[in-house]
Write a protein of this length. Structure first.
Length: 278
């Protein structure tokens, strides 16, 4: 579908955990799916796309490129038809190999998501850390047959990948509590009704639907998109008085940019804008 993109040193593809392969950059496949759009595919089907350390570091490397290179304006993270991700690779964890990276935390994204928009394209199940991976993304497109949940409590575990404090900000408190305490798995259709999932698609068509959503994002100015994402993400932590001041850290440079002038000029001239990202 796209052009393969190298993201990191292939030496990180080895694991001492039996049966770990593929891992690292062999398990995080990065493609240029079209201009400005990066596709990141989690490809560890034998582990239901669960994360070990090398796979988390490969994800972090891909997202580092997303942030650092002007070529990229948006990314889509997807899995395989059977699973988006089942979370932490428990076999690896039993050997002391946790799915974390130093720079971005769990699964190479949870503690420090990229500054540019990321869309989760979910087929199959997104459970435990798999749902927390979704919650680390900005938009979610899911199959009508996908399932989601944080079942850790049912195994006497605690969801520490952000799910317990992010989920109540996305769906009503009491429903987030039900998911957290019962370990239930809910269909993506219900999650869409609750507002967690942006768009539903038939099985096998989720990636196409995610690309369509990305196309809509790519029409906007890249600087404005990046700044808007940062303000929305941080809004949960701001009171109104702080928000008026703090948003200008991100919006100020956009208001002084060439792209702003181009956007206004294109509107006046009734043509499509030509963004420069500066």
């Amino acid at each position: 579908m796209g052009v393969s993109v190298s993201t990191s040193n292939q030496s990180d593809n080895h694991s001492d955990v039996p049966g770990a392969s593929p891992t690292g950059t062999d398990a995080i496949r990065v493609e240029k799916i079209k201009d400005h759009l990066m596709l990141i595919k989690i490809d560890r089907p034998h582990r239901r796309n669960a994360f070990d350390g090398a796979t988390a570091r490969a994800m972090a490397a891909a997202l580092d490129r997303l942030d650092a290179e002007d070529e990229w304006r948006c990314a889509i993270i997807t899995g395989t038809p059977e699973a988006f991700s089942s979370g932490q690779d428990l076999i690896a964890a039993a050997h002391g190999d946790m799915g974390t990276s130093k720079s971005r935390g769990g699964f190479g994204i949870m503690a420090n998501p990229p500054n540019k928009p990321v869309i989760a394209a979910v087929e199959g199940h997104a459970l435990a850390g798999g749902l927390e991976l979704c919650l680390s993304c900005d938009l979610i497109v899911a199959s009508e047959t996908a399932t989601m949940g944080i079942p850790e409590a049912a195994r006497s575990l605690v969801a520490i990948g952000g799910g317990l404090f992010r989920l109540p900000k996305r769906i009503p408190y009491h429903l987030a509590m039900e998911l957290a305490l019962t370990g239930a798995k809910w269909p993506a259709v219900r999650m869409a009704e609750l507002g967690l999932v942006n768009r539903l698609a038939p099985p096998g068509e989720v990636l196409s639907a995610a690309v369509q959503l990305a196309d809509e994002l790519l029409l906007a100015g890249p600087l404005a998109t990046k700044a808007s994402k940062q303000i929305v993400r941080k809004a949960y932590d701001w009171q109104d008085e702080e928000g008026w001041k703090n948003q200008m850290e991100f919006a100020g440079p956009v208001m002084k940019s060439e792209d702003l002038q181009e956007g206004l000029k294109a509107f006046a001239e009734k043509r499509d804008p030509v963004w420069k990202g500066r």
